[in-house]
Structures are given as C-alpha cells and as structure tokens.
Design a protein around this ligand. Structure first.
Ligand code: AQP
Length: 355
C-alpha cells in the first residue's frame, strides 16, 4: 500500500483542501474510509453477496463506510428505464435487508450526487486513453463489436475513480474482477496529484481470497453475474424452490468425489459456496460428503442457501412495504456525505483552474 501521504496529512490536519474530516467526530480516532459501489443492472446474486455485500455488512464497525448504488454505471450498457428505476430501489432495499445499517453507514444513489459526474469529467481529462485500452473488463463487456460499445462503457473506470476519490477513500473492497479498476484509480489519483499538487488519497483494494469470485452455475468458467441468463445465478430474491432447482441443475463433472479441487471448477465453485455459508473447514466438508454423491451434496447446499436467504427476503419484504421511508433514508445518506464530495470537487476545480 502506498497511500498519498501528503494528501492524507493535509486531510488529517483538517486543512481546507478537503472536508473529509467532517464525517468522524474529532474526538474519535479516525477510521479508514471505505467506498463500495454496486450496479443496479439486475437483482443482486449470491456472487455479489458472498464476494462483496456480506463483507460490507461485517465491516461496518471497522471502517467509515460509504455505500453507493451506482446507477450511472448501469447505463453504460442498455437498460430498460422502468426496470432500471425498479432495480435501483430494489438494490438499495436489499442492501438494507442484508444488514447495511444506515445509522452506521452512508447509503445513497450515485446519480443523486452530481459531484461524481463532474469530477469524472475532470479526471477523464487527465487519464490517457492508453490506460483505458488496457482495461480487461471493457474488452469482456464490449464483446466482439467493440466499435458499437458506448463511450460510457469505455470511460466508466474513470467514473468509478471519481466515485472513490470524491470521498478521499482509503480502501475499496472489491471482487478480484475489479482489482484492475482500483489500480487505475490509484494511477489517476497519482497522475493528478503529480501534475496539480496533492489532492486525492490513493486508495488500495481490499480483496478477499476465498469467495473473491463465485462462478456461474451453468458455466463455471465465467463469473456469476446478475445480467446473465437466469439459470446461471442465484438471485437474493429467488424463492426457495428456484434456489433448490438451480443448484440441482448446476454444472459439475463426471467424477464422483466431493473434494476442493480447482481443476474441477463446477464442484469447486459449489463447495466454495458451501464453505462460505456454513463456516465449516474444507476438511470437515470433505469428510461430511466423503461417502455421498453429488445429488445429496447439492440438496444440502440448496438448503444452506435457502436458510441464508430466507431472513434477507423477509427483511426485504418489510422494507419495501414503506417506499417513503426508503426514499428518506437514501436522501439522508446522500446528505451525510455530500459535503465531502463537494469539498473534493471544489479543490479539484481550483487546482485545474476552473474556479
Ligand atoms: N461472481 C462474483 N463473485 C464475487 N464477487 C462478485 N461481485 C460481482 N460478481 C461477483 C462483486 O460484487 C460487487 C458489486 O458488483 P457490481 O454489481 O457493481 O458489478 P459486477 O462485478 O459487474 O457485478 P455483476 O453481478 O457481474 O453485474 P453485471 O452482470 O451487471 O456486470 C463488486 O465488488 C464485485 O466485485
């Protein structure tokens, strides 16, 4: 980790260049600030939950947390407007249902904070296109017809950098697929600081080794994604029977042993999900299923997933009964962190010569 010490020093001294000291009272030791975003491009999956959301929930007392539903990222690929609107609210409600506590963490919708887009434009103007050309996720998402991909999809890592840098974030918890974008964020912060003077903290990625990448159920060579086909993922709102069926149909192999073997991606992925949800050791799981077949293992995994998601779904139903309360809570989340984004943007504009 090589955090920008000059920017941090200025922040901790309370100097006017950023207002990042306003979230944590001066009497408490400052916690590291963490920014996390999630795209409302569908209903979140078990992959989103195991790779990201459950850590966000667990770490609320460790970090100063900012959680954002990144709807501007979702529109980098075509979205149905009505579905996007619904998915954005659904995702915010699901984050709360999973245990994000608005008293301890700020939760808001990205497009409600125009500072992100304004800062992104400034950062676009200091980011060489060569850096964006190296982003592997763009290549994967753009597919064969790269010319047809939107400029937004191409430049979205810069918007992500703005999301993170606006809050002088110390760390960004991401699945390993996003590691490259956090590295780009550091590079952009570094380039800006070098050219215009210390302005941004350079954040580091927080990557978890186990569960960093949950794979698709029907093609374990691909990561589980909410915008892929229904059978490839378990959504956090899937009813119990759908969960059981999807797991029963998950691709495995023609072997019989139930062991953690990375060269057998289908069963390895299912075992990883079992490990993360049960909290048992790999040895204990292998011993438990040593004399059993795939069918019994999959049935046990199905029950484990149903048990994990049932309380989330119950809380989600309660939260969505009161849409006005959800809106108010999201507005409060935005209001809480807006001064930070405004202060950073003001500094960046002044440094560049816009004000
Ligand atoms: N399969 C996964 N395993 C582990 N972590 C995952 N994440 C996503 N999929 C997996 C992590 O979830 C966080 C939020 O991700 P996102 O929704 O903002 O973007 P994404 O990574 O592109 O997620 P999807 O589900 O694959 O969305 P679509 O299909 O729209 O592209 C991130 O920390 C991500 O690493």
């Amino acid at each position: 980790m090589s955090t920008s010490t000059s920017a941090r020093a200025r922040r901790d001294s309370g100097a006017p260049a950023t207002a990042a000291t306003t979230v944590t009272p001066a009497t408490t030791p400052r916690r590291e600030r963490v920014f996390s975003g999630i795209k409302p491009s569908g209903t979140p999956t078990l992959g989103n939950y195991l790779g990201a959301i459950r850590h966000w929930v667990a770490e609320q007392d460790i970090y100063d947390n900012i959680y954002c539903v990144v709807d501007l990222h979702a529109i980098t690929v075509p979205q149905d407007p009505a579905e996007l609107r619904a998915n954005t609210r659904q995702l915010a409600a699901l984050l709360l249902a999973c245990g994000i506590d608005p008293e301890r963490s700020a939760l808001f919708i990205q497009s409600h904070m125009p500072e992100h887009s304004e800062l992104a434009w400034i950062l676009n103007c200091v980011t060489p296109t060569g850096w964006l050309n190296r982003m592997t996720q763009f290549k994967a998402k753009a597919g064969a017809d790269r010319e047809a991909a939107s400029a937004g999809l191409y430049a979205y890592p810069v918007l992500m950098a703005a999301d993170i840098l606006a809050y002088q974030t110390d760390a960004v918890p991401v699945g390993d697929d996003q590691r490259q974008h956090v590295e780009l964020t550091r590079d952009i912060a570094n380039a800006f600081n070098y050219r215009f003077g210390a302005t941004f903290v350079e954040p580091r990625a927080l990557i978890r080794e186990v569960g960093a990448r949950i794979m698709s159920l029907d093609d374990p060579a691909k990561k589980m994604s909410k915008s892929e086909s229904e059978g490839s993922y378990i959504s956090l709102l899937d009813p119990p029977d759908a969960i059981r069926k999807k797991i029963a149909r998950a691709t495995t192999d023609s072997q019989r042993t139930i062991v953690f073997d990375e060269s057998r991606p289908g069963i390895y992925n299912l075992l990883t999900i079992y490990e993360l949800l049960s909290g048992q050791s790999r040895e204990a799981i292998e011993a438990e299923f040593a004399s059993k077949g795939y069918k019994e293992f999959k049935a046990a995994l199905g029950e484990l997933v149903v048990t994990a998601l049932t309380p989330v779904q119950a809380r989600y139903a309660e939260i969505t009964e009161n849409p006005g309360q959800l809106d108010a809570l999201l507005a409060r989340g935005a209001a809480r962190v807006r001064p930070l984004a405004q202060a950073t943007l003001r500094t960046a504009k002044a440094r560049v010569g816009l004000i």
